[in-house]
Design a protein around this ligand. Structure first.
Ligand code: NAD
Length: 516
């Protein structure tokens, strides 16, 4: 029996979040406007139109930049702990809207409601983190080699931070960037993914409320809905000091090159090809849960999704059989219904890429132990629901080296741990990795300089999901960027070294004499 969206209260949530049937996709200085093409946002859940958005044209973009520039001059003068107060209030507002926003994320993007709520929780967590950080933007002091001199480092804001985000984390990635950028004294311009524009508008409505209540310039947070044309304008605009880009390696390569060309700064958070090594000493009960959740959660559309399992030959058949059994229990359907484990892919194009990858894998010799396919009929009208599948492969297959954003899990055998680590590292991407073992020596080897080459390396935890307290990001074709916790805030500031002479003479550094 199919359930209508009313049963899940989505219409009420849309209304609470200020989403209408027709929306303007530019928000700048408290005004909503837009003069570009019309974009329609369809839910991959039921294929229905959720709302229309007028996107930005290039003149709209110029207006946004001017508003942001003005807001920056005012905002950078507000003390950091007071900027933290803005973020604290934003975190409180997010708590109020958690349910509605989590639901919209689920409905517009297709991840499960629980994962939608989890995404909003990440936003709340980064706000809490940033509030404390707003009193800790420390620089070093150092001893000068010259008498009567003092030296120290301080951090200043950068200016305008441009955030270009991917569809699969349609709200959290924005907040990871903004919470830090704001406490550091920057203003932000966000181009959400054109595949989840309503999530962008909902977030912008929430922060606009906070800015209004505090009588702060609304240009502190601006948003501009558009496609690659607007994205490209941001990337090439000298007014934008830092581009934080989350998306595919293909687009990231263009973005990184163009920003570097103008000596701008960038944070690149690109594709992953994440593996878990199952050693002969793995606790299989927990390992299987970690692997299955990592592979099928968000229908395989997380940058940290588990794409490869590298399994010790002695347990290969056992693990394979357990996986087949576990996959047999997976429920696929409306992600707002908490009985389902897996929702739809984002759109038909993603479905086609999934099918093409399966074909390619078969051509290269892949043996499917759990078959894939597109689900049809009642409850699957959007045409975006696919079956999570598993293929036995070689790591060297071209398709295995490539990130397919879908629930396809590749399994392969190894003999020695060195060989397994080499396989784990032998892909172009370097985001997340994990080892399942109860042997301390194996775990430590995996974490050592001879181990995983990824930005994230876990022991007895899957590859997907990360806490905001750590720096998040990856190496190689994942782009090298870091977001979120640790000392990542430094990316959003410029470092200045100051030397002060409090004597009445002018000694030069390195003992150089220059007498007149
Ligand atoms: P995508 O690269 O297609 O699009 C990402 C964003 O880039 C969108 O907002 C898009 O409009 C914009 N864009 C497209 N062309 C552009 C251009 N020439 N200049 C500037 N902007 C442009 O990615 P997607 O399909 O939305 O997301 C999936 C990808 O994102 C996957 O590869 C996934 O691994 C990656 N991702 C990475 C992380 C991470 O933290 N490493 C997190 C989430 C997603």
């Amino acid at each position: 029996m199919s359930q209508s969206i009313q049963d899940f209260g989505i219409e009420k949530s849309l209304s609470n979040l200020g989403i209408s049937a027709e929306n303007k996709g530019v928000s700048s200085g408290g005004k909503y406007f837009a003069n570009g093409d019309l974009l329609e946002s369809y839910s991959p859940t039921d294929g229905k139109l959720i709302g229309k958005v007028t996107t930005a044209n290039t003149a709209d973009y110029d207006q946004v930049i001017e508003t942001a520039k003005k807001a920056y001059v005012e905002f950078r003068q507000i003390p950091a702990p007071k900027r933290g107060e803005l973020v604290r209030q934003f975190g409180l507002k997010l708590r109020e809207y958690k349910d509605d926003l989590g639901k919209l994320v689920s409905y517009e993007m297709g991840k499960s409601f629980q994962e939608g709520l989890g995404e909003v929780q990440e936003m709340i967590d980064i706000c809490d983190y940033a509030v404390g950080l707003s009193r800790q933007l420390h620089g070093y002091t150092m001893h000068s080699e010259r008498p009567g001199h003092r030296m120290y480092e301080q951090y200043h804001p950068l200016g305008i931070i441009g955030i270009i985000s991917a569809f699969n984390f349609p709200v959290a990635v924005w907040s990871w960037n903004t919470a830090l950028a704001w406490i550091c004294g920057n203003v932000t311009i966000w181009k959400p993914s054109e595949k989840a524009p309503l999530c962008g508008i909902a977030c912008q409505n929430i922060i606009t409320e906070v800015l209004k209540e505090n009588n702060l310039p609304e240009g502190i947070s601006t948003m501009i809905v558009g496609d690659h044309v607007i994205g490209d304008k941001m990337v090439n605009d000298k007014n934008v000091a830092l581009i934080s880009f989350t998306g595919s390696t293909k687009v990231g390569r263009i973005v990184g090159t163009n920003v570097a060309q103008r000596f701008g700064k960038s944070i690149l958070e690109l594709g992953g090809n994440n593996a878990i090594i199952f050693t002969e000493n793995a606790d299989l009960n927990m390992s299987i849960i970690g692997a299955v959740f990592g592979a099928v959660g968000t229908a395989g559309q997380r940058c940290t999704s588990t794409r490869r399992l590298i399994i010790h030959e002695s347990i290969f058949e056992d693990v394979k059989n357990r996986l087949v059994k576990a996959y047999g229990q997976i429920k696929i359907g409306n992600p707002l219904d908490e009985n389902n484990h897996v929702g739809p892919l984002i759109d038909q194009q993603a479905v086609q890429q999934y099918l093409d990858s399966i074909e390619k894998c078969k051509k290269e010799g892949g043996k499917f132990v759990v078959e894939g396919g597109v689900l049809e009929g009642e409850n699957y009208e959007s045409g975006c629901y696919v079956k999570p599948c598993i293929a036995e492969v070689e790591n060297s297959y071209e398709i295995v080296q490539h990130e397919t954003f879908a629930p396809i899990l590749y399994i392969m055998k190894y003999k020695t741990l060195d060989e397994a680590i080499a396989m784990q590292n032998d892909v172009p991407q370097g985001l997340s990795s994990a080892i399942m073992t109860t042997d301390m020596r194996q775990a430590e080897l995996f974490l050592s300089q001879n181990g995983s080459d990824c930005g994230i390396a876990n022991v007895n935890i899957g590859t997907s999901g990360a806490e905001i307290g750590g720096a998040f990001g990856g190496e190689k074709e994942t782009g090298g960027g870091r977001e979120s916790g640790s000392d990542v805030w430094k990316y959003y500031m410029r470092r200045q070294t100051n030397t002060i002479n409090y004597t009445d003479s002018l000694p030069l550094a390195q003992g150089i004499k220059f007498d007149l």
